[in-house]
Write a protein that binds this ligand. Sequence first.
Ligand SMILES: Nc1ncnc2c1ncn2[C@@H]1O[C@H](COP(=O)(O)OP(=O)(O)O)[C@@H](O)[C@H]1O
Ligand SMILES: N[C@@H](CCC(=O)OP(=O)(O)O)C(=O)O
Length: 380
Amino acid sequence: MTDRSQCFAKARRVVVKVGSNVLTASRGLNVDVLRSISQQIHGLMEGGREVILVSSGAMAAGMRRLELASRPVEIPKRQATAAVGQAGLIMEYEQVFETFGKSVAQVLLTQEDLSNRRRFLNARNTLNTLIDWGVLPIINENDTVAVEEIKFGDNDNLSAMITLLMDADILINLTDMDGLFTKDPRTSSDAELIPEVRSITKKIEALAGDIPGALGTGGMGSKLRAAKKTMVAGIPMVIARGTRPEVLTDLFAGKDLGTFFVPGTVRLRSRKCWIAFNLKPKGQLVLDSGASEAVLRRGKSLLPGGIVGVEGEFSMGAPVRLTDSRGHEIGVGLCNYASADVRRIMGLKTAQIREALGYKPYDEVVHRDNLAITSDEKQP
Ligand SMILES: Nc1ncnc2c1ncn2[C@@H]1O[C@H](COP(=O)(O)OP(=O)(O)O)[C@@H](O)[C@H]1O
Ligand SMILES: N[C@@H](CCC(=O)OP(=O)(O)O)C(=O)O
């Protein structure tokens, strides 16, 4: 069983995400909360932890700075508002950390920056260097250039991706609620806090509305989608109230605050997370029950003999989804053969590949090293 206090005690690299509603007051940024969270982060850093901050609040700060009563509808105006707000946001962090003798760095990212392997590795090197220097990286989505399809969608997702790709040990999502409730507490006074979630079932998903607070973006739904990713990757996530005094300090002192999302037992490392969550699968391989079992529970590579179906057209090296015969996703992997070749060798023994194709570069259709298991069915 995963012990929550152990997860906190052992966490060396920590990602903290702070939502817009936490950081905003009626007349602009809530500087008191920003200072309090910064102070606690500084405490964690002083205690030897590596911290990465994902901070929302640019749009909210910009709206207040420009005296806009509501969020602009047109995308360029939204982007311009966030650009104004980001400056004030980072300036505030900069000033607070200066009083601790520490530096902060602004890192603005788009989805593209993570899905392009070379750009991602550049970003990761930069983040690791900042951490080595004892500088706090403060990440936000690059709202000025990120529109529609290249948008992370929200910082809940961005913070989960950063947690996975930076091999962090825990994700703390600070919002304007004490955690996940049985109903939306904004509309239901009898809502009760759920202290622990072991699996994101349909029932759990149904509790969360996608309607965010006045200044937020994704609502509780996007936090659950983020938790799903970290849990599959074997990393715990917590949702807690960012305005609670000493929230971070208390969490690391072992207090049972917020909602704890229990991680899966197998830890997926950065490269496999990148395969699982950043690449768009180009096709699908359907596995028979023996191959599903071998891949899911026995840590095996996928051989041609266990494949019963191929969907889509893809070239060698393409990312593909692996499903069982009921269509449930087992994982995502890089395919050693093009779709046309997989169709010719599926169901065959590895010794028959050369005969069927005239060549045999690999025994495995998907090698274990290039396969990320995304099913939350219990693995060994
Ligand atoms: N079951 C639920 N439990 C807690 N909050 C919920 C639930 N369903 C919907 N919400 C809403 O989600 C909001 C938090 O999401 P959001 O506004 O996107 O926050 P943030 O700015 O921190 O990302 C809360 O203000 C709350 O009203
Ligand atoms: N990039 C946006 C953040 C949008 C966002 O995800 O907000 P939130 O749901 O409050 O975390 C901003 O800084 O305003």
